[in-house]
Design a binder for this molecule. Sequence first.
Ligand SMILES: *[C@@H]1O[C@H](CO)[C@@H](O)[C@H](O)[C@H]1NC(C)=O
Length: 202
Amino acid sequence: MKRCLFWKWELLIIIFDVINSSMQIKYEFEFEDESIYSDCSDVPPEARNINGLFDMTNLKRIMNQEGIALSGNMTSVFNAQPSDRIEVTANLLYFDRGIWLPTTLNMIVKDFCKVMYDKKQLWYEAWSSHIRNKEAIEDHCIKVYGTLFLMETYTVDLFFGSGMPLFSGRHTLRIRIFAYDQSGKKRPHDVCYEIKGKFYKI
Ligand SMILES: *[C@@H]1O[C@H](CO)[C@@H](O)[C@H](O)[C@H]1NC(C)=O
């Protein structure tokens, strides 16, 4: 059963990659909320929200014409150890007549720390390319409690390529982050948060 699930995920990634590289329709994402991150609807048991990942007390976010202007710093508070493997899943949902429905855009990143600064990743332009002290903290990934991420002042402007047309209207990108110890056991207090907004064709 479990294996079958993995297989499905892998297939989705492959499809996602193929879609990414050809015939894609370009969209711009307009954030619904200035703070960028919101809590997951139907929170999985014992999962934490974004505050279980980063302390963002010193991160300023202000919505403007182009996107969200971001400045300041953030501190890693994720319940993980340096030897852990960090897994990230992302699911795109859309809002229809009062409920969030799944789409076929889903992905899993089995070893996030290997690709955190990879230029091809969705989050590179939006986030990790703007970490000023990258050289000093690169090895920490998000696995060392208390790591300070010094952010450039920049505007978060999300672009997104999809092989299939997306519905207009509200979407949410649900992101979940898990830490697995060296024996493969998931640590408690994984994180679930959502980024809500609308896609505009460009
Ligand atoms: C982090 O941000 C806060 C608020 O902007 C600032 O006071 C503090 O000096 C920053 N820390 C570092 C190390 O830059």
